[in-house]
Design a protein around this ligand. Structure first.
Ligand SMILES: *Cc1c(COP(=O)(O)O)cnc(C)c1O
Length: 391
């Protein structure tokens, strides 16, 4: 039995490998895979996930900021790492010395990257992002061609990629996505010398695999969650993450007794209560107060009262056999019952992405391969993956 904090996340690296292989099959051999591991691998742990996806055939990794790339480099990961969000000029040196691939959209950043690259005698690969309708980051279609030509002329830089990002690929109506795609292809036709074109996020890979182009950028699907309920289920994804706890305390309430802050829940009958050592700081959203549930002994126990920062309370009156130290499932399967991340996200009026990213850094991550623990990462220690790297 797990001897660490009585709250932990289990990550099934075989499920992640399965998802990568299914996505590769969906895309075909012509399209290479960049696995998006930003935000600590959507909460799953960027280093362990990166190793798993690279082993499963992904060729590259995608992050949001330079430090996320540096973290992977320090763990010994050598695959190309694309920074997909804005990089400020003052991080240019860090980007170059760590061999990261930034997305460049300003002359100042380009000059700084070129200067540090030539100083060190290296060539830094860069990608250019076209704004085709996301209304966020990137250069307008008119700006892109002259900007890419400008980058091409700078010493120390190599324009390796051209890309865009879809706003509504996860919706049923793909009209807007097709329009974004057409804007992108009309620009990319004018830059035939850029070798890697990429547009597809998870939703496009699943529903519009012909948009795979040279490379695709799946994120959420790698972790086994579909981008939305509109997206087709033709590719079978396996959820990789569960969150589990050990039941901390059992006690009885009499009618009129209340639980937790605000006294939002008051017993109307004799009630058996279980204390669960998981709170909103761990990723159990406070808005699940009096709405969510957990699994104990294969059955649903409703969350009663306010979810606190570090603990929450479940009604186990209908589970009389529950005992202290029982496994409590917050996300995942237990017996025939399952609480999916999508269910939690729906109650919290958000998306699975945010639920994953909300899992606190203090929640231990326990990694499984073939049913065996291969690596454990807690707030204070790390076991296993160094040995993995060395073997
Ligand atoms: C986050 C992100 C992705 C991954 O999106 P998913 O919906 O998780 O597949 C792809 N591309 C860019 C530019 C991103 O920022």
């Amino acid at each position: 039995m797990w001897q660490g904090r009585p709250l932990w996340a289990e990550i099934d690296l075989d499920a992640i490998a399965h998802n990568v292989q299914e996505l590769r099959r969906q895309l075909g051999v012509r399209t290479e895979l960049l696995a998006v591991v930003k935000a600590n691998g959507y909460g799953h742990g960027a280093i362990a996930v990166s190793q798993a996806v690279l082993e499963a055939g992904a060729r590259r990794l995608g992050v949001a900021c330079a430090d996320e790339g540096v973290q992977l480099r320090r763990a010994g990961i050598q695959a190309p790492i694309l920074i997909m969000s804005y990089t400020p000029v003052w991080e240019a040196e860090k980007v170059v010395t760590n061999g990261l691939t930034p997305t460049v959209s300003s002359q100042q950043l380009a000059f700084a990257l070129a200067r540090f690259s030539t100083q060190r005698g290296v060539v830094t690969s860069v990608h250019v992002k076209v704004e085709t309708g996301m209304g966020r980051f990137g250069l307008s279609p008119e700006e892109v061609v002259p900007f890419a030509e400008f980058l091409r002329a700078l010493p120390g830089l190599w324009v390796e990629g051209l890309y865009t990002h879809f706003a509504v690929a996860d919706e049923a109506d793909k009209g807007y996505t097709w329009r974004q795609y057409e804007i992108f292809t009309s620009v990319s036709r004018r830059l035939p010398w850029i070798p890697i074109r990429h547009v597809a996020n998870s939703a496009a890979i699943l529903d519009l695999p012909d948009m795979g182009l040279d490379m695709a950028r799946p994120g959420i699907s790698i972790y086994g969650s579909y981008p939305s309920h509109h997206v087709g289920r033709t590719v079978l994804l396996k959820p990789a993450l569960s969150i589990k706890a050990r039941l901390a305390r059992l006690y009885e309430l009499a009618p009129g007794d209340s639980v937790s802050y605000g006294r939002t829940w008051v017993a109307t009958q004799p009630t058996r209560i279980a204390l669960v050592p998981c709170g909103y700081a761990d990723g159990l959203q406070r808005c699940l107060s009096n709405k969510g549930s957990v699994l104990i002994r294969g059955r649903r126990a409703p969350i009663v009262g306010r979810v606190c920062m570090d603990q929450s309370i479940a009604d186990v009156t209908v589970i009389p056999e529950a005992e202290v130290d029982d496994e409590v499932v917050i996300i995942g399967r237990q017996g025939d019952e399952e609480i999916t991340v999508e269910e939690v996200a729906a109650i919290a009026d958000t998306i699975s992405y945010e639920v994953f990213c909300g899992i606190g850094a203090r929640v231990p991550r326990v990694y499984f391969k073939a049913g065996q623990v291969v690596h454990v990462q807690t707030l204070v220690e790390e076991k296993g993956y160094k040995e993995e790297l060395e073997k």
